[in-house]
Design a protein around this ligand. Sequence first.
Ligand code: 5GP
Ligand code: ZN
Length: 116
Amino acid sequence: MKVKDCLFCKVAAREIDAKFVAEGDDWVAFRDINPQAPTHVLVIPREHVPTSNDLRPYQEALVGQLVRAAAEIARGEGIAEEGYRIVLNCNRGAGQSVFHLHLHLLGGRPMRWPPG
Ligand code: 5GP
Ligand code: ZN
């Protein structure tokens, strides 16, 4: 798939509407269109990376920024202390449906383990 056809590249470029909650130079965060918890935010890099399998050494700091952003958003949502879950689905077997790397930040309800 070409980058110009990527749904989340279009969200990051503001070509598709989304409820943005935060952004940085290298990432954006917006609410999931089909929330699975009271807080369900997606944190994505501006750069197109299809899956975690495609990450390169130069992107290590970027991944750190995504996790730190999720933690900051969790604080802002008031769920940092009670706890939240960060999910990164890789490929279809794990449930990935949009092939632009994203972290799911989920919280505001009890999280069971093991996940489905
Ligand atoms: P995945 O299944 O790839 O891990 O997660 C993709 C997520 O993107 C799903 O939770 C889905 O609800 C969400 N999603 C799909 N299309 C859109 C959209 O156009 N806007 C927003 N905000 N979320 C989307
Ligand atoms: Zn993309």
